[in-house]
Design a protein around this ligand. Sequence first.
Ligand SMILES: *[C@@H]1O[C@H](CO)[C@@H](O)[C@H](O)[C@H]1NC(C)=O
Ligand SMILES: *[C@@H]1O[C@H](CO)[C@@H](O)[C@H](O)[C@H]1NC(C)=O
Length: 340
Amino acid sequence: MIIQKIVLVLSVIYASGNQAVIDPYLAGPHEVKDYFLMSKDTGLTEVELNAWSPLSPGIYPILYFLDGLAMNIPGIAYTDFLSHIASHGFLVVTPFVTATTSKPSEKVPYFRAILEWAEVNLQDLLHENGVPADVLFDFETLFANSHSAGGHAIVSYLQETCGNFKGLILMSPVDGADPFGFVDDFCITPGEQLNFITPTLHLYTGYDAKKGLLGTACAPKKLSNERFWEALNPESHRWSINATEFGHADVLDAEFRVFVDQTEFCGVNRDLQAEDYPIYRNFSSGTVVAFLQTLLVEDYAGYLNYLEDVSVMPIVATERHFTPAGERPSPYCLWTPPLQ
Ligand SMILES: *[C@@H]1O[C@H](CO)[C@@H](O)[C@H](O)[C@H]1NC(C)=O
Ligand SMILES: *[C@@H]1O[C@H](CO)[C@@H](O)[C@H](O)[C@H]1NC(C)=O
């Protein structure tokens, strides 16, 4: 009750900012172009990246996306999802590393190198490649979005430092390095809390833990979702949304998802129709946009609604959230040294 009242009072105050809420499930107001930089462009061995940039004049926050095989696949597999987010006013960057290591935690040094490199070089390089000179990026306001084993990589990074990250999105996060947990490479110890406090969106699917044809799930129960959700620091604002009818790979662009479906590498819901997937992708990108805008815009209550009211969501979903101390959500990250 108290929390609700504070949110109400705040929303009245911030409403004076008078920013209209833009439906996050629809394309945003910005035209977007995509860019591909190879390792010869970045000068970083084994590192390539895809970027989606708004083209209208402005200064944009940056969303780093760590993909489903712990940064092993090109960002183009998620083009619909990522370009939709960019159209709402974010530079989206998907670095990928073709290195052969299968341990997600071993991607962290690459990621650190990319972040350092990007801070110095990325804006200039995008300008040279056609992004207008009055489009600028805010390297102090970074957000991290992950899918699957990318969640392991980003949590491992944040355990060492928040860097300039100020919010975290975990889509069906998976710990470990193999579906059985044989290889010793974990970011989470069940029962222990993570050593960083940051607003977090956890998005996951009802079929994550369903086994595929190989007899393993892409997000085995023991290694994913609840394992991360329960480890989040209780001081963190956090939202968790279960897209109960969808599967682990359904956020991918159609041609990549169809490949996963045909091989049944991940468990899938055979009752879904072709027209359900674009709605689901827009729901996923729209929910990420609503989360980011909740942290960023003054009049945030309209965006918060898209995280907490399942009746406005275009798919079937269940939701839970925690709003510590009744404070308004804001972009920040607080790090403490890990317990040894
Ligand atoms: C999904 O969003 C895209 C823009 O990203 C838009 O072109 C498309 O019409 C939307 N599709 C649905 C089914 O809402
Ligand atoms: C998410 O939804 C699926 C399908 O309804 C359900 O089996 C699963 O238990 C849900 N997950 C949680 C953590 O509630």
